[in-house]
Design a protein around this ligand. Structure first.
Ligand code: ATP
Ligand code: MG
Length: 180
């Protein structure tokens, strides 16, 4: 499994629709300060269901919507879609390619989709359990996060190892079963 593309439209500094295409290898994104490199990582976190505004470096969730510039009007919604190659079927879904997308309007209305079909955030979380890809996964290491991992409490490091070894879904099922 690997990330094939990221599509952004109206997300943070990306007013126009832009598609970043990736290959099964290493890609670097370079650019001057403030040109939007971190916004690309924010887009991936956001589409995976990030709800914590602070993690997205904003004051409210609507701050992810393109706010306009001197010569460009603000937009009414933010849209991000990521497409993953699922040729190895690591994601438990019967598709060779999986596109996860999220849209948010200024009114607060929002939607998540998996391969074009509306779904709940819970479905997206479940799709990525034990892959390391979820918004809590170790696949997105933000600035300052390495320090946090090294100095974190044992329970926090444990969560990371659980995710990496693939036992998160069993723990969640156990918790759900115990609640019933
Ligand atoms: P650095 O090298 O300093 O880390 P960077 O390339 O990571 O920079 P980002 O933090 O991704 O830069 O982008 C910051 C830019 O995004 C700022 O210019 C900011 O004005 C712009 N930006 C953030 N949110 C929005 C928004 N909602 N609408 C328009 N522009 C936005
Ligand atoms: Mg940055």
């Amino acid at each position: 499994m690997y990330l094939k593309s990221i599509e952004v439209q109206g997300f943070k500094s990306f007013a126009n629709k832009i598609v970043f295409d990736f290959h099964n290898g290493i890609t670097g994104i370079v650019g001057p300060n403030g040109s939007g490199k971190s916004n690309v990582a924010d887009a991936v976190r956001w589409v995976l269901g990030e709800q914590r505004v602070k993690q997205l470096r904003g004051g409210s969730m609507q701050d992810v919507i393109f706010a306009g510039t001197e010569n460009r009007r603000p937009l009414s919604y933010a849209y991000v879609a990521i497409t993953l190659d699922n040729g190895d079927h690591q994601l438990p879904i019967d598709y060779e390619e999986v596109t996860v997308s999220r849209r948010l309007y200024r009114s607060g209305e929002s939607e998540y989709l998996i391969n074009g079909a509306a779904c709940r955030l819970k479905d997206i979380n479940e799709l990525f359990y034990d892959t390391g890809i979820g918004k809590e996964g170790y696949s997105i290491i933000g600035q300052g996060q390495i320090d946090r991992i090294l100095s974190s409490r044992p329970e926090e490091s444990r969560e990371l190892f659980d995710e990496a070894t693939g036992i998160v879904k069993f723990k969640r099922r156990k918790n759900t079963a115990q609640k019933k």
